[in-house]
Design a protein around this ligand. Sequence first.
Ligand code: TXA
Ligand code: MG
Length: 364
Amino acid sequence: MPARIAELLPTHSPALFDAAVARAAALLQAGEVVALPTETVYGLAANALDPRAVQRIYEAKGRPRHNPLIVHVAGGAMARSCTSLWPESAEALSRAFWPGPLTLVLPRSATMPDEVTAGGTTVGIRWPSHPFMQAVIRACGFPLAAPSANRANEISPTTAEHVLASLGDRIPLVVDGGAAQVGIESTVLDLTTKPVRVLRPGMIHEESLLAALASSASGGETVSESAGGEPEANLETTGGAGVLRSPGQLPRHYAPRARILVLSWRNEADLLAQLAAAGVDPTLAGVHILSHHAIPLGLGATRVCVIPHDAEAYARALYAEWHRCDALAARWIVMEALPELATWKGIADRVRRAATPDSPHRVS
Ligand code: TXA
Ligand code: MG
């Protein structure tokens, strides 16, 4: 294993927090990339206004250059400075959900380098709620470009240990801000189209977005001028077959190394029958079951994990469970199917992508 070069700084006392902010800000001002906690997943941050620093993010991650980065801000004025247009819908959504796990795609300002937007005309902006991330952005005085702090095509990190395992030999600093409180990546909403579109579902779900958009539309300014006066409080989700407006949203983007099988079972006998039909022998090691509702007992060598049957708690735990399965060299992850509810949609999206058969990250 390559040598670790990253320094790991804790933040659990006011003095440690302040020292870590100062160290992170100094490195960022010097054009370095550093891994920082956010409430969704850990981010790999660099000065969004410095093209050379942003290039370092792509190099550390091994990320394709056509995939644009999210710009993290601390405050409405900084958000507007990254855009050339701030519509009423952006105002309403940012009031409702920022700081928090929502990314708004808007027309970019001239200050945004091509390295951030991947040469496109739009920029994704998010004001994160994690106090450490906010403190670093304020200390720097510039916005931070930050994708998830993992190598390309790996599962996003929700702890500092996950980041160290993935990027510890490539970056100078990882700040430990605790386990991520949301646990999956932000909802990405494109406000440059009519209707506006969810490019990546997350824990802020469509119904909440629609409610906030409707309140702005009723303010009168965002009613679309298209035929029939259709209000802008209309929302589309880009599905697997939809147009790939968000290049990161390839079907196989998130995947643990094991094969994933999504099943729903009535009882243990039913589960055993389904596993047999799929050619999975639960008496052998390497089979891990992630359940939240119908919890099986006594399945040979199989490891059974129970995640709470609650969307928020499930999202918080999911990636850590996948990381654990990878660390234990799991061959199969059997996931109990998720409720088909708006609140679970972001989670279901990650599971669907991880279960997509052509992932290169599989043991065969
Ligand atoms: O929660 C999050 O969003 C985390 C934390 C660190 O903030 N960040 C994150 O970044 O997940 P990343 O780079 O792993 O995913 C960003 C997603 C990608 O799917 C990318 O294609 C999309 O956002 N995106 C970024 N800018 C965009 C733009 N201008 N237009 C369309 N999609 C964009
Ligand atoms: Mg990512």
